[in-house]
Design a protein around this ligand. Sequence first.
Ligand code: UGY
Ligand code: MN
Length: 237
Amino acid sequence: MHEFGLTRSSYRRDHLLQTPDTFVRAPLPGMNKATAVVHVAPSIGARFMQYTAEFEAGGTLAPAAVQRFFYVLEGEVLCPGHGVLHAGDYAYFPEGCETSLSATAASRAAVIEKHYQILEGAAPPVFFAGSENFIQAQPLMNDPSLAVRALVPDGVSFDFAVNIMTYQPGASLSMVEMHVMEHGLLMLAGSGIYRLNDCWYPVAAGDFIWMAPYCPQWFGALGKTPAKYLIYKDWNR
Ligand code: UGY
Ligand code: MN
């Protein structure tokens, strides 16, 4: 923190930028030898919750009452019935799933939780797990410098999407987006400028952003290494 109380963090009606210097850690119910940085929750008007779970070796996270998406940032987390998840691996737990997670080494994970919105005629989703390394990258709007990896399978069973977007240095979104979906975004690597409504923010790895529905948004990557982020959006409903 700057000695005069300066920070890049900012909270406006339709967006939040939360930088690591302002993170507050507190355990959530169901955590043991673990703590959470809650980035966004219904208290801000969001229809989902996103937090970073930080585990000591041996730390555990109990099942959620709602559906959960779990993406490992670093360390090793045991997912019973599946195996050990490493950085870049992820798992999805449907509502009512009884699986607890336990860290076999000091670990950090991005966790998204959301009440499942039933769609008549669509089968409810089931557990799956994967690794970003095995997901085929698709160029966004034919731009080879902007790659999208979809971590959640296509299909109306799912009421949200989680993508990894990778921008080569100098790449940018080709338009200012304004859409009904909200976003939770965790910067994984690199840096750039994020436009949120009428504000332009310098952002870097470790930062979190929440965008409310219709928040005007645009990103351009800066620096000499790719910028990469994990982005949630409500989808298919
Ligand atoms: O999927 C999206 O809406 C994505 N292109 N938005 C964003 O990167 N801010
Ligand atoms: Mn968007």
